[in-house]
Design a protein. Structure first.
Length: 165
């Protein structure tokens, strides 16, 4: 009795299979790059590269902010202000920056807010020379945003953000 070799009758397309494997590897690579970008903070949701700090020349103003933010999402910015002697501190935020964002809250609540040509001036009462002010913002536009924060009559700190999505 002779043995008959059995084979599967499958149409094989080696060229198609090679292209499919290439597409799978490209998809996996893109997903891995997106995960790495998210972990680094390049998607606007925290991360190692996302935290920024800007300091004025005199050191009286220090701004902690997110370098990359999401459009239509809230974010916060912390202003560390030093004014000697303590009492009323007047700090300002540049008007062009405020045109691209909505201020949701300022803590501690300012006693007065004055709008000038190129800036908005906030007055708060401070019991100590060092004050931390938290500003919660909603970004309205996307793209590059440049801002400036300072104490009236003193140096200012400049910072830049990129609003994505």
């Amino acid at each position: 009795m002779s043995r008959k070799q059995r084979t599967l009758e499958i149409d094989a397309d080696a060229r198609f299979q090679t292209r499919e494997w290439l597409a799978q590897r490209m998809g996996i690579s893109l997903m891995a790059l997106f995960v790495i970008a998210a972990l680094l903070g390049l998607t606007g949701a925290g991360g190692v590269l996302n935290d920024g700090t800007a300091v004025s020349g005199s050191g009286d103003v220090r701004v902690e902010y997110d370098r990359i933010v999401r459009r239509s999402a809230t974010t916060s910015m912390t202003l560390h202000l030093h004014s000697d002697p303590p009492g009323f501190i007047q700090f300002w935020v540049s008007a062009p920056y405020l045109e691209a964002v909505d201020i949701e809250s300022v803590a501690p609540t300012p006693q007065t807010v004055t709008v000038e040509d190129s800036r908005h001036v906030y007055t708060i009462r401070a019991a100590s020379p060092d004050v931390a002010v938290t500003v919660t913002l909603l970004h309205k536009t996307w793209g590059r945003l440049n801002g400036e924060v300072g104490i009236v009559g003193r140096d200012s700190a400049r910072f830049g953000q990129v609003a994505v999505f």
